[in-house]
Design a protein around this ligand. Sequence first.
Ligand SMILES: NC(=O)c1ccc[n+]([C@@H]2O[C@H](COP(=O)([O-])OP(=O)(O)OC[C@H]3O[C@@H](n4cnc5c(N)ncnc54)[C@H](OP(=O)(O)O)[C@@H]3O)[C@@H](O)[C@H]2O)c1
Length: 295
Amino acid sequence: MIVVAGATGDLGGRIVQELVRLNAPVVALARGGASAEELAASRADVRIVDFDDERSLTGAVAGATCVISALSGLEPVVIGAQGRLLDAAVRAGVPRFIPSDFAIDFRKLPPGTNRNLDLRKRFQARAEQADIRLTSVFNGAFMDMLTGTMPIVQHPIRRVLYWGSADQPMDFTTIADTAAFTARAAMDDTSPRALNICGGRVSARDLAEIVSKVHGRRYRVMPAGTVGSLGLVIAVAKRVAPGKAGEIYPAWQGMQYMRNLFAGEGMLDAPFDNDRYPGMRWTRVEDVLLQDARR
Ligand SMILES: NC(=O)c1ccc[n+]([C@@H]2O[C@H](COP(=O)([O-])OP(=O)(O)OC[C@H]3O[C@@H](n4cnc5c(N)ncnc54)[C@H](OP(=O)(O)O)[C@@H]3O)[C@@H](O)[C@H]2O)c1
């Protein structure tokens, strides 16, 4: 039995669907509300839990072979709620835990370069002291973001922006592929401490070529500054537009992810684990951009 927390979320919901497709017994944890009602349509066993109450959590994860966390938030969620989930899993004797990492390899990041990933690093230090086996899935950036959220492909001017070097490789994997792989990793009793998956490792120059091919028009790379200058922009943006309290992705936070990518920080260790499970098909950058172009 696999338990998924954060099952009402984007990644968590897809992990639940994949586990159902793989015929794994799956328990989807939710804290109630409309999104939990939607979850009821899946074939998962939906359990409403209070993430502030460790007894409620312990009961909900009892009997699981693996607990997957796909929670998303700031300190109260990544350290707080996820920490209580971890403690509950340990208390219930669950053998394995997959934390809500799903990122570039933040273990390699200099501290202070990415607020959200620093929280995951902090959680990791705590989880590594717990009596449970951990598997982190490192997938780079979600490839889906190349169609908008990560605004480096600028269609109106047919340019692909970059900071530092246009040849810096960056790792991308779709949300769907990350979910499909994570579901399989949860069912794999031999999964190691870290799994690295990558749908495409591309530079800004590669991206320009791919977008040109997809759109049948020439896109060129365009320097937006040095990695250091992006750091300065982040520092200013943090002051003038810090975002609302509790906001997970204010603009400056998005820029911190981009700076990590363009600085080559947190690149995934090769060889990747893409071929670990049979039946996985990996979406390429060209597939995502082509799908976007057809919309
Ligand atoms: N590598 C990348 O480029 C990338 C990009 C985006 C996300 N991610 C990572 O992927 C993971 C999942 O993100 P996502 O985008 O799928 O998140 P999401 O769609 O925002 O879903 C977040 C989930 O966490 C739950 N949650 C939030 N606060 C909670 C709390 N206090 N107690 C209990 N549950 C709580 C939400 O429940 P409710 O429905 O009840 O609110 C929801 O199920 C995160 O680790 C995130 O950092 C990676």
